[in-house]
Design a protein around this ligand. Structure first.
Ligand code: SAH
Ligand code: SF4
Ligand code: F3S
Length: 460
C-alpha cells in the first residue's frame, strides 16, 4: 500500500476529523505524536499506511457517519492485503470503543481523546500482536505532559487547547461522558505552547476548550502577585507575547462569563470582538430541563455587559430545537431571544437523543416533523440576522487575517475580526498576513473585499 515514491522509512498517515475544534486540535497533535515513527500526512486513505478516524458522538448522525466510513475502509484494507492499519479515535471511540472492536474487525486500534499520546506503544503492540489495543483512560494531565513540546503548524492561525472536559452535565449532551471531567492545563505549559506557535510564525492564537471560559490556573511565578487566574488574565498575558496579532477563544458557557474576561474585551486590542456563547434555548422552563444553570434573562445580561465593554462585539450561538417537552410557546421564547440579541452567526440543531443522557429518557419527545418546522423557522431568522450583520460591514475597512490557503484562482481567504469569512480576488500573496481590507460585498456566509491602497490611506 505504501507509496513507493516515498522515502524508505516514511509511512503515509491519513487522519479524517469529525466534530468540534477539540478534535481538530487532537488530530494535529496525533500527527506530532506519530511523526517520530516516520508517519507523514498523505492526501487520501488510498495513499496511507495508517488511517485514523477522529470521531464525534454529539448527535446520532455524526456517529452513523463513522460506521459507514469504516465499511469503506474495510474494503480498502482488503485491497491492501491487510497491510493498512485502521484506528478509531475521538468521542465515538471513547463512548463505544468495545462495540467498535466487536462490530468492525477491520479496526486495529481504538484510542480515546485522553489517550492518543499512547499511539506509539499501541502501534508497537499491534506489530508484536500482544496486549490490548484499546486505550480509553481519562488522564488529561498525563496526555499533555507526554505530548511533544514542538508543534508542526501550517499557517497563520493555530488552536491551542487550554481546557478539556466538562462538569456541566447538560441533560442532552454526551461530552461529559466522552471527554471526562473539567481539566485546566497549567499556565506555564500554555504560555510555552503559545510561544512555540509564534516561533513558527503563527499570528492568531485560538484558545480552545469545551468550556474554555471555565479555565483557571495559578498565576505564573514571575507575576509576583500569586493567586488564581481566569481566562481573562491568561489572554492579557498571551497578548504580550511578541508576534501575537490576534486572540480568540471558543467555546464559552454563560455560567463562566466572568468579569475579568469581559474586561479583557475592553482592554486587549488583539482580542477579537467576537463571542461564541451557546444559549441553546430561550425558554426558562427548557433551559432548566436542559440543566443549563442560567435563565434567558441571565444570558441577556451577559450580552449587555459584553456590549458595554466592547460596543462592536459580535455574538454567535448554538441552538437546539425540539428538546423533550418543548411547546410552541417555549419555541417562541427562543425566537424572541434571538430577536433580542441579534446574532452574527449561529449553529442550530434538531435535538438528537443520545444514549446514556438523561434527556433521552424524558417523556414528551417532540415529533420529528415539529422539529423540522421549528428548525426551518429558527434558521430563517438566524440567516436574516447573519445577512444583516454582514451587510452592515459593507463600506467598512476591516483587519483581515488571511489564514486559509488561497483558492486555485488566486483568491485570498481570511477572517475579519468578527469571524466573517472574507475573500479578495487576485491577492494570493496576502496569505499568512493581516491586511486592511475594504468590504465591498456580502452574502449570508461571507464577505468580498478589496485591498485598501496604501497611497489612498496616506492621502486621506
Ligand atoms: N460546550 C459547548 C458545546 C459543545 S457541543 C457548550 O456548552 O455550549 C456543541 C453543540 O452541539 C451544543 O452547543 C449543542 O447546541 C449541540 N448539541 C449537543 N448535544 C446535542 C444533542 N443531543 N442534540 C442536538 N444538538 C446537540
Ligand atoms: Fe455539553 Fe453542556 Fe458541557 Fe457544553 S456545557 S459540553 S453542552 S454538557
Ligand atoms: Fe463531538 Fe466530541 Fe467535540 S462529541 S463535538 S468531537 S467533544
Amino acid at each position: 500500500m505504501a507509496d513507493t515514491s516515498q522515502k524508505p522509512n516514511t509511512k503515509g498517515l491519513y487522519i479524517k476529523t469529525y466534530g468540534c475544534q477539540m478534535n481538530v486540535y487532537d488530530s494535529e497533535r496525533m500527527r506530532d505524536v506519530l511523526k517520530p515513527l516516520g508517519y507523514s500526512p498523505v492526501d487520501s486513505p488510498e495513499a496511507a499506511d495508517l488511517v485514523v478516524l477522529n470521531t464525534c458522538h454529539i448527535r446520532e448522525k455524526a456517529t452513523e457517519k463513522v460506521f459507514s466510513e469504516l465499511g469503506r475502509l474495510r474494503e480498502l484494507k482488503q485491497e491492501s492485503g491487510g497491510v493498512l492499519r485502521i484506528a478509531v479515535a475521538g468521542c465515538v471511540a471513547q463512548a463505544e470503543g468495545e462495540e467498535i472492536m466487536r462490530r468492525e474487525p477491520a479496526v486495529d486500534m481504538v484510542v480515546g481523546p485522553q489517550s492518543y499520546h499512547r499511539l506509539p506503544e499501541m502501534i508497537a503492540k499491534l506489530s508484536r500482536k500482544t496486549g490490548d489495543v484499546l486505550e480509553t483512560d481519562f488522564a488529561a494531565e498525563e496526555k499533555f505532559d507526554a505530548l511533544p513540546k514542538t508543534r508542526d503548524v501550517d499557517g497563520a492561525s493555530a488552536f491551542l487547547s487550554v481546557q478539556e472536559g466538562c462538569d456541566k452535565f447538560c441533560t442532552f449532551c454526551v461530552v461529559p461522558y466522552t471527554r471526562g471531567a473539567e481539566f485546566s492545563r497549567g499556565t506555564d505549559a500554555i504560555v510555552a505552547e503559545a510561544r512555540e506557535l509564534t516561533r513558527q510564525g503563527v499570528k492568531e492564537i485560538v484558545l480552545i476548550g469545551q468550556n474554555v471560559n471555565a479555565w483557571h490556573g495559578a498565576a505564573p511565578a514571575h507575576d509576583g502577585r500569586g493567586g488564581e487566574w481566569g481566562l481573562g488574565n491568561l489572554i492579557r498575558h498571551i497578548a504580550k507575547i511578541g508576534g501575537v496579532e490576534r486572540i480568540r477563544y471558543t467555546t464559552s458557557h454563560p455560567r463562566d462569563m466572568a468579569d475579568d474576561l469581559i474586561d479583557a474585551h475592553r482592554d486587549i486590542e488583539q482580542l477579537s470582538p467576537f463571542l461564541h456563547l451557546p444559549v441553546q434555548a430561550g425558554s426558562d422552563r427548557i433551559l432548566k430541563a436542559m440543566n443549563r444553570q442560567h435563565t434567558a434573562a441571565d444570558y441577556l445580561r451577559i450580552v449587555d455587559r459584553a456590549r458595554a465593554a466592547r460596543p462592536d462585539i459580535a455574538f454567535a450561538s448554538d441552538f437546539i430545537v425540539g428538546f423533550p417537552g418543548e411547546s410552541d410557546a417555549d419555541f417562541e421564547a427562543t425566537l424572541q431571544l434571538v430577536k433580542d440579541v441579534g446574532f452574527a452567526q449561529a449553529y442550530s440543531f434538531k435535538y438528537s437523543p443520545r444514549p446514556g443522557t438523561p434527556a433521552a429518557g424524558m417523556q414528551l419527545q417532540v415529533a420529528e416533523q415539529v422539529k423540522d418546522e421549528r428548525l426551518a423557522r429558527l434558521q430563517s431568522l438566524l440567516n436574516e440576522q447573519a445577512q444583516a450583520f454582514n451587510d452592515a460591514t459593507i463600506g467598512r475597512k476591516l483587519d483581515v487575517l488571511f489564514s486559509r490557503n488561497p483558492r486555485r484562482d488566486g483568491q485570498a481567504l481570511g477572517y475579519s475580526p468578527y469571524m466573517q469569512s472574507v475573500h479578495v480576488d487576485g491577492a494570493a500573496h496576502l496569505t499568512g498576513h493581516m491586511a486592511t481590507i475594504e468590504i465591498v460585498g456580502a452574502t449570508m456566509t461571507s464577505l468580498k473585499g478589496r485591498l485598501v491602497p496604501a497611497i489612498a490611506g496616506a492621502l486621506a
